[in-house]
Design a protein around this ligand. Structure first.
Ligand code: RB5
Length: 149
């Protein structure tokens, strides 16, 4: 049996460089990186890029997603509008671990104008290494899903 270890990455124009650094870092760890861009520097609409990545996660094509924009906030908001997505913005490693362990987050968002590359890569590592703990947290995640209607 093969495990889906595909990680989708997407960003807007503000985070292309950090996204490419994350892609190289994640790829070097043996994950299959699905980097859906963009690659050109002109201004982009982060809702389109966040939603595109989110759809690859909810479809099951990718196990997890990482999205980036200037603050990480706008693209996170867009990703969370896609049913089945639980995406958190993180600027610290503790939160990155906890959104997997307690919230079963399936996407991480980073702000390229907020965190430097070294911290961003540590945040990514914390997110990817953590597993959902289930138990009482599963009940709460189900309650979040119920809010989606
Ligand atoms: C783009 O200037 C900026 O608004 C965007 O990258 C992001 O920070 C939005 O949340």
């Amino acid at each position: 049996m093969t495990t889906n270890n595909r990680i989708v990455l997407s960003s807007d124009h503000a985070a292309i460089s950090l996204r490419q650094a994350v892609a190289a870092h994640v790829g070097a760890q043996g994950f299959e990186v699905v980097d859906i861009g963009p690659t050109t520097p002109e201004s982009k609409h982060y809702p389109e890029h966040g939603a595109a990545a989110a759809r690859l996660v909810v479809s099951g094509d990718c196990r997890l997603g990482i999205v980036l924009c200037g603050t990480g906030q706008g693209i996170m908001m867009a990703a969370n509008k896609v049913k089945g997505i639980r995406c958190g913005v993180c600027a610290d490693t503790f939160s990155a671990r906890m959104i997997r362990q307690h919230n079963d987050a399936n996407m991480l968002s980073l702000g390229a104008r907020v965190v430097g590359e070294g911290l961003a890569l540590d945040i990514v590592d914390a997110f990817l290494a953590a597993e959902f703990e289930g138990g009482r947290h599963a009940t709460r995640v189900e309650m979040i899903e119920a809010l989606e209607g």
